[in-house]
Write a protein that binds this ligand. Structure first.
Ligand code: NDP
Length: 433
């Protein structure tokens, strides 16, 4: 805390990880002797930079860009870019630290990184987004590369932004380096099923975890917050596997549709029109819209999937969900549940699937996109989806086994941190200080 003042999200993520590691560190003192925790909590490199751009009125605007290259013990830095006004060093560092453990869990050779800017894409014209992305990449391009650091999307960065970022990167280089970014369009090196991967992966993970507890996804009622990339494809796969999603949200409020959310309408509103979730009731008058996002957790459900942003589900919301009979919570967003909410779920025997395991499908398929770029091959949707399903099953198995081995059977929070940390820590020990 003294070394990193004013970084509450980073402290929150670090303390959750380090608390979970206690049984491992007691059994294997080598990690403490070698100073692994001290090294792991200090980024290898933190870059901040000015992002000047000109808006449609001709006015000069300045934002702050970030890239944390956190840990490269097991591979090049890999992690998304977030464009949101709340972005600061603390947010980028918490995301980067989580990313190290998550990337390790995927079984792919990728280290941890993250980046973004305090830029708000809402209400900006397409040309403004393009100019911003070009300015951002002009600086970022000096620090990344297909074998160095490979950014991707996150909140506020989707296919459109990746396209503009890639276009600018290409102008700054003489070689065509397709593997420098993932989440690219299919026409220029993207992978089928990348767009769907995080959301589908959350559902594959949850299905596996439910099965282990004798529960089924089929026939269950879900509440899934957000209506962005992760949320939309979690809803899609959940519906395909026979669950009913009754509520979703955006940053202005949430909708409830007891008939099951109509996903075509959500895609039209969010992916095509870039509109607001409240538009849903114009075509679905039987549904209801409520202002403010927190209320979504008062909707009764069998499983809750926070897929919007950090700390969106607090202790009070957790107790409300528990009172209403929730049986499982799977984190699609990064750190969406507060520490107190996680404790409440675990104490009340609610299946809790932590983000670094449950939402690792996105980065796992990003690594598959990199593999396809290196081989100059394109796999079919089915091939990628099958690989994703296997990866999610393996992640679940590794987390469940680590939890069991270290005296916390069923506790996937402990299991995921131990399983992900061990590989990175062993690589750091082997490579020396
Ligand atoms: P998108 O930008 O596509 O969607 C984000 C959604 O969350 C939108 O509905 C947005 O509403 C809502 N939201 C964003 N910020 C807030 C906020 N402060 N309060 C309330 N609602 C908010 O992002 P993604 O779906 O890609 O990301 C969602 C989460 O998943 C993030 O935590 C991200 O880090 C995580 N994640 C994403 C991966 C990916 O592959 N995309 C991979 C792994 C994790 P609005 O439209 O009103 O802003």
């Amino acid at each position: 805390v003294e070394r990193n003042p004013n970084e509450p999200e980073f402290h929150q993520a670090a303390s959750l990880i380090f608390k979970s590691l206690t049984p491992l560190l007691e059994k294997h003192p080598v990690y403490m002797e070698k100073g692994i925790l001290e090294q792991l909590s200090e980024p290898e490199r933190m870059i901040t930079f000015r992002v000047p751009w000109v808006d449609d009125q001709g006015k000069v605007r300045v934002n702050r860009g970030f890239r944390v290259q956190f840990n490269s013990a097991i591979g090049p830095y890999k992690g998304g870019l977030r464009f949101h006004p709340s972005v600061n060093q603390s947010i980028i560092k918490f995301l980067g630290l989580e990313q190290i453990i998550k990337n390790s869990l995927t079984g792919q050779p990728i280290g941890g990184g993250k980046g973004g800017a305090d830029f708000d894409p809402k209400g900006k014209s397409d040309n403004e987004i393009m100019r911003f992305c070009q300015s951002f990449m002009t600086e970022l391009s000096k620090h990344i590369g297909p074998n160095t650091d490979i950014p991707a999307g996150d909140i506020g960065v989707g296919a459109r932004e990746i396209g503009y970022l890639f276009g600018q990167y290409k102008k700054m280089r003489s070689e065509y380096e397709a593997g420098v970014l993932t989440g690219k369009g299919l026409e220029y090196g993207g992978s089928l099923a990348r767009k769907e991967a995080t959301g589908y992966g959350v559902i594959y993970f949850m299905k596996e975890a439910l099965k282990d507890r004798g529960l089924a996804l089929y026939g269950s009622t879900l509440v899934i917050s957000g209506s962005g990339n992760v949320s939309i494809y979690a809803m899609e796969k959940a519906k395909e596997l026979g669950a009913r999603v009754v509520a979703c949200s955006d940053s202005s409020g949430y909708i409830v549709d007891e008939n099951g959310i109509d996903l075509d309408t959500i895609k039209e509103i969010k992916e095509v029109n870039r509109g607001r979730i409240s538009d849903y009731i114009e075509t679905h008058p039987h549904a209801s819209f409520y202002e403010g996002c927190e209320g979504i957790w008062s909707v009764p459900c069998d499983a809750a999937l926070p897929c919007a942003t950090q700390n969106e589900l607090d202790e009070q919301a957790a107790h409300l969900l528990i009172k209403n009979g929730v049986k499982a919570v799977a984190e699609g967003a990064n750190m969406p549940c507060t520490s107190e909410a996680i404790d409440a779920f675990i104490e009340n025997n609610v299946l809790f699937a932590p983000a670094k395991a449950a939402n690792a499908g996105g980065v796992a398929v990003s690594a598959l996109e990199m593999a396809q770029n290196s081989m100059r091959l394109n796999w079919s949707f089915q091939e990628v989806d099958e690989k994703l399903q296997k990866i999610m099953k393996d992640i679940y198995k590794n987390c469940a086994e680590a939890a069991e081995e270290f005296g916390a059977p069923g506790n996937l929070e402990i299991g995921s941190n131990i399983a992900g940390f061990k590989k990175v820590a062993n690589a750091m020990v082997a490579q020396g200080v």
